[in-house]
Design a protein around this ligand. Sequence first.
Ligand code: AMP
Length: 309
Amino acid sequence: MSLVITGTMAFDALETPFGKVDRIIGGSATYAAWAASAVYNNIKQVSIVGYDFPQEEFDLLAKRGVSFEGVEVKKDEKSFFWSGRYHADMNTRDTLVTDLNVLASFDPQLPESYQDCSYLMLGNLVPAVQQSVISQFKNRPKLIIMDTMNFWMEVAMDALKETMKMVDLIVLNDAEARQLTEEYSLVKAAQKIRAMGPKYVVIKKGEHGALLFHEDKVFSAPALPLEDVYDPTGAGDTFAGGFIGHIARADDFSFETMKTAVIMGSVMASFCVEKFGPERMKEITTEDIQGRLKQFKALCTFNDVLEVV
Ligand code: AMP
């Protein structure tokens, strides 16, 4: 049994109120793999990079149980490049540059060794490529989750809607949920999104936590109130990686397990934002994760209300 993750492995240039960095490692699949591999260690990556992507990054993830047979290296092209600038509130940002480079002609070929996949995470990526990955599985994975971004709503909405019909769960942020449905209420937005295909919807609200919707059930998780947030880039992918990593580890996706997966995703995202790029994810230990899980528990626990009224 394995967890397959697809998405970008990229370079990013970022500007936040705390500083500016040029060409650091990024990409949706990179962040997701760092987060998922903190809790689960049979991960198979599907992506594409150019000649400029450092071997060292593969080696570091390989030590954590991530394999790269499904990652194509194009010797004569550059890796995907994205640049963004955050507003003062750090919850909103502008995309400055999206250079598709290798991504423009990405046609993933799923290796035979990936057919043991039970859980599939489609990280933020060209919607048609997300579909191609799903369709190459001889047996449908037990649970397919997807992430996306406003960029794909603007340039590939029809294909995005097709991908949504093929998945079980979609993770997106509040602005994306509103853009997709033209509903301000996130409850109504989630209803409309579920009517588009995914049975489960997770809406991330940045520093305000995340909501999980399924049938008539809702779960609300807080975000950890952090003193210092340096760089929110990749927090969404990290959340999704922690979420699916927890589900793969439990090998269960009941609503109760999904609730703890939302907390695990939130724990991972809380680490990610503490440094630029995926750097913080490289340092965290099991004890760090356990410590944060306890902090989350303390944040959400209170006495039975009936006792005090
Ligand atoms: P997040 O902050 O979770 O939305 O993820 C940011 C990461 O997604 C960055 O590291 C980028 O390299 C990557 N990214 C940005 N735009 C795209 C896009 N259009 N498709 C796929 N990945 C992207």
